[in-house]
Design a protein around this ligand. Structure first.
Ligand SMILES: [Zn+2]
Length: 224
């Protein structure tokens, strides 16, 4: 019994190395955590054409459940009657962007009219949330360069077009993202279809499993 619980000199001497080992482990663990943080891939989900009373609400519920942030490029004329959804976006940490007042192709109308499309929407957003829009997603991806002197909003395009509005097919939309997704991608969805809401939340689940972090689009385009 004595031998079983006894500590011999060699063990005591060996114990002196324990603090050193702890320091080494802490240093290694700390460095690994830092490296892992640097390598966390980021993704920005963007939703155009809302707010929609049913599907935008479904998306907001799903994102809240999962603790995920996204960006909503809203159409000004869709805001009336959906102010609560805008308030939710703002309060729940999403970014609200501008998708013009009436979904006009900005290079096909007068510069002044194009600027008004954006400014009117920004004012409507500000009336609800207290903040105007700083980012714009031009309808059809067509920006009007002349606007850069008239509006202070930055145009934001995308790197993955899900084509959700043409296929309205959940598996096809999910596959379109999953086969090409990479760090820093900006994914284009539309929050006005049931299939898009379902597909977007499935994509969120799959990418969360792969270790992606969801950020608002400003964090990708303004990243150093
Ligand atoms: Zn659109």
């Amino acid at each position: 019994m004595k031998k079983r619980f006894g500590i011999n000199i060699r063990t005591v001497r060996d114990l002196r190395i324990v603090p050193v080992l702890i320091c080494v482990l802490v240093l290694c663990f700390g460095e690994k955590t830092l490296a892992e943080e640097e390598m966390t891939p980021q993704i920005a989900l963007t939703f155009d054409d809302g707010p929609h009373p049913v599907y935008t609400a479904q998306i907001l519920d799903g994102l809240k459940e999962r603790g995920v942030k996204a960006t909503f490029f809203v159409i000004g004329k869709n805001i009336e009657g959906n102010e609560e959804l805008l308030e939710r976006m703002h309060q729940e940490g999403h970014l609200i962007g501008n998708h013009t007042y009436s979904h006009k192709k900005l290079d096909c109308i007068e510069k002044q009219a194009a600027a008004e499309e954006l400014e009117k929407t920004s004012e409507l957003v500000e009336r609800v949330t207290g903040e105007g829009t700083q980012f714009a997603r031009p309808p059809f991806g067509v920006w009007n360069k002349a606007l850069e002197y008239d509006v202070t909003m930055l145009p934001v395009m995308w790197s993955i077009d899900t084509l959700d509005w043409t296929t309205k097919n959940v598996p096809a939309t999910v596959e379109k993202v999953m086969k090409q997704v990479k760090d820093q991608d900006i994914i284009l969805f539309h929050d006005c279809y049931a299939s898009s809401a379902q597909a977007a939340l499935q994509v969120v689940d799959l990418l969360l499993d792969q270790g992606y972090e969801f950020v608002t689009v400003d964090q990708i385009i303004l990243a150093p």
